[in-house]
Design a protein around this ligand. Structure first.
Ligand SMILES: C[S@@+](CC[C@H](N)C(=O)[O-])C[C@H]1O[C@@H](n2cnc3c(N)ncnc32)[C@H](O)[C@@H]1O
Length: 252
C-alpha cells in the first residue's frame, strides 16, 4: 500500500530557494499580478475606511516575502511581520524598512501576549493551511486582535468561482490523491465564526479567469469594474477579501 506522508503547510515555504521563487512568481504570472493590483487598492481603501485619523498597529501574519507588509508599512504607526520561513523572510528583510520582522509560529509560540494589534492581515494563508492549522491560526489571531480591530484575509480559490469549480472537478477526476485546495465563502464564514469573529465586509476580486486562456490586464480590470457593481455576483469572484471583527455581541 502506498503511504502518503502529509506535511503541514507550516513547512511548505521553508526550503532555501522558496523566497526567490515566490518573488519570481509575482513577476511572471499575469493573473496573480492582476489580483495583486486589486488587492493593493482594496487594502488602501480598507485603511482609509476603518482607520481614518487613528493610529494603526499592523500585524502581517504569514507575511512571507513582505508583499502585503511592504504596501502597508508606510501607512501605519507600527508594523510587524511574522512568518515561519527564514527563506521567505530573507526576501522580506531586503524590502521592508520600518517593519519588525519575526521568524516564529504564533500557533505554537506565545510571543506577543499581552500585546494586541488593531489591523491583522493574513494573505494567501488560510486556503492552503490544513484544517488543524486553519483553526489554531484563526484562534491565535483572534486573541491578538484589539476589541475594535479588524482582520483582513483572502481566499484565492473560492469554490463559488465557475473557473475554480471547473478546475476542482477536473482535479477530482484526474488526480484525486493530489492537492488542490478550495474554500467556499461559507467556509470562510464558519472559520471566522469559530474564533468569535464575524465578516463585516466582503470585497470581490477576480471574475474572469478561464483556464489556459490569456486575458489582458485591461479586460480583467474592465470585467471586475462592472462585476463589482452587482453585489449578487460577489460569490462568483475567485479571490474574495474579507474584513472581520469581533462578533458584535462579544463586546457589548
Ligand atoms: C503563500 S505565502 C503568503 C505570503 C504573503 N502573505 C503573501 O500574501 O504574499 C504563505 C506563508 O505562510 C507561512 N506560514 C505557514 N504556516 C505558518 C505559521 N504557522 N506561522 C507563520 N507563517 C506560516 C509560510 O511560511 C509562507 O511564507
Amino acid at each position: 500500500m502506498k503511504t502518503v506522508t502529509k506535511i503541514s503547510y507550516r513547512d511548505s515555504h521553508t526550503y532555501p530557494a522558496k523566497g526567490a521563487e515566490y518573488e519570481r512568481h509575482y513577476e511572471t504570472q499575469a493573473w496573480d499580478r492582476f489580483l495583486w493590483s486589486r488587492e493593493r487598492e482594496i487594502l488602501l481603501t480598507v485603511l482609509t475606511k476603518y482607520f481614518a485619523g487613528r493610529d494603526v498597529h499592523l500585524l502581517d501574519f504569514a507575511c512571507g516575502t513582505g508583499r502585503i507588509t511592504s504596501l502597508l508599512e508606510d501607512h501605519v504607526t507600527t508594523s510587524t511581520g511574522v512568518d515561519v520561513s527564514g527563506s521567505m523572510l530573507a526576501v522580506a528583510r531586503q524590502k521592508l524598512k520600518r517593519t519588525e520582522i519575526i521568524e516564529a509560529d504564533i500557533t505554537v509560540d506565545n510571543l506577543f501576549k499581552p500585546k494586541q494589534f488593531n489591523l491583522i492581515t493574513a494573505f494567501r494563508f488560510f486556503l492552503n493551511a490544513e484544517p488543524e492549522l486553519r483553526s489554531t491560526a484563526i484562534e491565535a489571531l483572534a486573541d491578538l486582535l484589539t476589541e475594535d480591530g479588524i482582520l483582513v484575509f483572502n481566499n484565492h480559490h473560492n469554490l463559488g468561482s465557475p473557473w475554480i469549480k471547473l478546475l476542482y472537478a477536473h482535479h477530482l477526476q484526474k488526480n484525486p490523491e493530489g492537492i488542490y485546495n478550495v474554500m467556499s465563502i461559507d467556509q470562510m464564514k464558519d472559520l471566522v465564526e469559530s474564533a468569535g469573529l464575524e465578516i463585516v465586509e466582503l470585497y470581490p476580486v477576480g471574475f474572469f479567469h478561464p483556464p489556459k486562456v490569456p486575458v489582458s490586464y485591461r479586460l480583467n480590470r474592465a470585467i471586475d469594474n462592472v462585476a463589482c457593481k452587482f453585489k449578487c455576483l460577489s460569490r462568483f469572484s475567485e479571490n474574495p477579501i474579507v474584513v472581520c471583527r469581533r462578533f458584535k455581541s462579544a463586546y457589548k
